[in-house]
Design a binder for this molecule. Structure first.
Ligand SMILES: [Zn+2]
Length: 258
């Protein structure tokens, strides 16, 4: 009888224990998985690491509220400059080879690549471009990544360089749409949202961390503007500069030191 009483005493906490376990298992970064179980990523490599970002030629009349702690503080509200600051944030992750670059204004005469970037090639960019434009949507912004191979591109990219692209599954495009009315309310919120949506484009899903990830359901745009530690670990896992960098082991936040 006594034992039964103990069991019934614990019973109300069972749901709580399940919730705690779910939260523990979904903090940190979360990635998209292909049907065959492999991580979903772009067809890029350490020697050819760039994904291009093609934006609509438009202006957004931002309210200026970028905090003094942000590297882009006092740099204006030009949309292209804001995109560049977001690109720089992704490129600053030293342990990941992934590079983002703005799509050239004139694809026929692209500028020289920045140090570390791939040389622009319009054919290659067909399977390595993220598109961003404002649009008529009900949300602040949406991102839609295509996780099936671009078979049409496969047929025209018959170069042997692309043989493994066509036999495996890669993200080959991603489209981000944002609502201009909302964006105009806050440059800070725009940077937060665009960094989050680009996170989806490079292969991340939502997690439940509160402070360490811009991909979290719970990330506060007033607190977090840029990539956080878990996001940087995710980029390193998906696109590691060195192979051993992606030997990820779950620690449940219990890291020790020697
Ligand atoms: Zn999201």
């Amino acid at each position: 009888m006594n034992r039964f009483k103990q069991f019934t005493y614990l019973f109300p906490f069972r749901r709580l224990i399940v919730v705690v376990l779910i939260v523990m298992l979904t903090t940190g970064f979360r990635i998209k998985i292909n049907r065959d179980g492999s991580p979903s990523r772009w067809y890029i490599s350490r020697n050819d690491p760039t994904i291009w970002i093609r934006t609509c030629d438009e202006t957004v009349d931002f309210a200026y509220d970028i905090p003094v702690t942000d590297p882009f503080y006092a740099q204006g509200t030009d949309l292209k400059d804001i995109y560049q600051s977001i690109v720089d944030d992704f490129n600053d992750v030293q342990t990941s080879f992934l590079r983002l670059a703005l799509y050239p204004d004139d694809p026929e005469n692209p500028p020289a690549p920045e140090a570390g970037d791939s040389t622009f090639d319009a054919n290659k960019a067909r399977i390595r471009t993220i598109d961003i434009c404002s649009g008529d949507i009900d949300y602040y912004a949406v991102a839609q990544a295509s996780m099936e191979n671009n078979l049409e591109a496969c047929e025209s990219l018959d170069d042997s360089t692309y043989a493994d692209y066509c036999s495996e599954v890669y993200i080959h495009s991603c489209e981000i749409i944002f609502k201009k009315d909302y964006a105009e309310n806050s440059a800070r919120r725009f940077i937060h949202t665009m960094t989050h949506e680009l996170g989806h484009c490079v292969g991340f899903m939502h997690n439940h961390d509160t402070h360490l990830s811009i991909m979290s359901y719970l990330a506060d745009p007033d607190e977090i503007l840029r990539l956080q530690m878990d996001d940087k670990m995710g980029l390193t896992y998906l696109y590691p500069k060195e192979d051993e960098y992606n030997d990820e082991e779950p620690t449940f936040g219990l890291t020790g030191c020697e």
